[in-house]
Design a binder for this molecule. Structure first.
Ligand code: RIB
Length: 297
């Protein structure tokens, strides 16, 4: 009755100091506007909420300085753990956090020399699957719209894709490699650039679905039929890929499975601060839909 009458609310800060835990975790993702990261953050938050934890979700915009700022904020709030999709390659601020003892799980983008558990997908195999699919359809003039340089995901997918083509003697000249930023506009810009040079490939692998959807938009604007004149394959398996016309063929990765493993790794570390970091690689699968078909030209 007194609590109701006074409208008393426990002081979370005082309670956390007494308990030595805030039951809060930090989640940092590079682009909250990308459905891949939205879905991933949502799954991470769902799992943590079920375990009685609150999640503070931060958007680094792929910017290392912003990521560093959020790491400071989350540490000042004494989060019990950190689930991080890196803005790019590690920097000293991340090393400090991990060495400072904050249980940190690296999600999606590998950060080689960080002493922290990591979960990602088989990116190289995914790139190979995309290349093999287009080769099996009969394509030989194949281009790639790669993600941002300096990211493990972009590099691994390009490696796997290139390996598939090289195995059967299909060249990947420099003018068939475009660099995007994982946003739709960069995918459209790549198709526009190939159209301007008059050297549009008969098939394109985009290293994520948003750039693939941008490529579809560029093809449509130029009256290029998909898949008749141009085949397009993406990577991620976001829901929008099934809502565009034609539906997007893509290399699917499961944000739910990635989140579930990340949480398992985090609780391993929360239960035992000396737990040996480990790396989990999840499988990918090719979802063949209407945006890929045999070459007409
Ligand atoms: O769509 C965003 C991309 O960046 C995804 O492929 C994900 O793996 C991340 O690396």
């Amino acid at each position: 009755a007194a609590i109701d009458e006074l409208g008393y609310r426990p002081n979370a800060l005082a309670r956390s100091m007494r308990r030595g835990t805030t039951h809060t975790v930090g989640v940092i993702i590079p682009d909250i506007a990308n459905p891949f990261f939205g879905d991933l953050a949502r799954s991470l938050e769902d799992h943590m909420f079920e375990a009685g934890y609150s999640a503070i979700i931060c958007n680094s915009d792929g910017d290392l300085d912003k990521e560093a700022r959020y790491l400071e904020v989350l540490q000042s709030k004494q989060v019990d753990g950190l689930l991080l999709v890196a803005a790019s390659q590690p920097s000293e601020h991340l090393l400090e956090v991990v060495q400072g003892g904050t249980p940190t799980i690296v999600v999606d983008r590998e950060l080689g020399d960080l002493p922290a558990s990591q979960v990602m997908v088989a990116n190289r195999e995914g790139g190979r699957l995309a290349g093999q699919h287009l080769l099996d359809l009969g394509h030989r003039a194949i281009g790639i719209i790669a993600g941002p340089g300096g990211l493990g995901t972009s590099a691994r997918r390009l490696e796997g894709f290139t390996a598939a083509l090289t195995e059967v003697g299909v060249a990947l000249p420099d003018d068939r490699v475009m660099r995007g930023d994982f946003r739709a506009v960069s995918g459209r810009a790549a198709v526009d650039a190939w159209l301007r040079t008059g050297d549009l490939p008969t098939a394109i692998f985009a290293e994520n679905d948003l750039m693939a959807i941008g490529a579809l938009s560029g093809a449509h604007a130029a009256g290029v039929d998909v898949p008749g004149d141009l085949s397009v394959v993406g990577f991620d398996g976001i829901a929008f890929g099934a809502d565009v016309t034609p539906q997007l063929t893509t290399v699917a990765q499961s944000t739910e499975d990635m989140a579930s493993v990340a949480i398992e790794l985090l609780f391993e570390r929360l239960r035992d601060g000396d737990a040996e970091p480990r790396e989990v690689e999840l499988p990918v699968s090719l979802a063949v839909r209407g945006s890929s078909g045999p070459p007409a030209r």
